[in-house]
Ligand binder design. Sequence first.
Ligand SMILES: Cc1cc2nc3c(=O)[nH]c(=O)nc-3n(C[C@H](O)[C@H](O)[C@H](O)COP(=O)(O)O)c2cc1C
Length: 184
Amino acid sequence: MKKLTVVIIVGSLRKDSYNLKLAKALATLGQNDFEAHIANISDLPLYNQDLESAFPEQAARLKKEIQEADAILFVTPEYNRSIPAPLKNAIDWASRPYGQSAFANKPAALCGTSPGAIGTAVAQNTLKHILHYLDMALMGSPEVYLQFKEGLIDNDGNISDQNTQTFLKGFVDKFVTWIQKHKQ
Ligand SMILES: Cc1cc2nc3c(=O)[nH]c(=O)nc-3n(C[C@H](O)[C@H](O)[C@H](O)COP(=O)(O)O)c2cc1C
């Protein structure tokens, strides 16, 4: 059977991002069930409605990747108790022009990690509102509010803690079931 395809949108542009490490770990945990592709959102111009008439190629590329994927996984840090600007920028581009959003009815899940004790809970709450508004088929649970400790996940996505590995595998397995149920 053909593998599912999942586009992962990471809210951090940082080279050593904890969320990028988490994204890689989730891609590895799901590799028997889906092909994961981490979208490049770093080269998108700042959203400006004036640019929509000559839609930027970077934004068109992102929209195409989302449209062709079976599902989208958002992995985000929390910035000032909200989502990072590059993530909001990417979402705004892929939701436009009006009536031509790439997100509608697409299965999705979200998660995030931070050194802070509440592990991106506030940012994820904000992101949930946005994704609901965009009519995504958003998985509600399990929720992943992961407090990152140095060495928890390496640059290749290897997880050092067995309990975290088991928990994240449960998240990935539920997401696979969710995608199969909701994909178009
Ligand atoms: C502008 C800015 C705002 C931040 N605000 C929060 C916050 O509200 N909550 C939090 O837990 N961490 C906050 N942090 C710390 C981030 O969790 C930390 O920098 C983390 O490493 C970012 O994720 P990344 O490693 O994936 O880049 C903030 C960091 C920056 C740069």
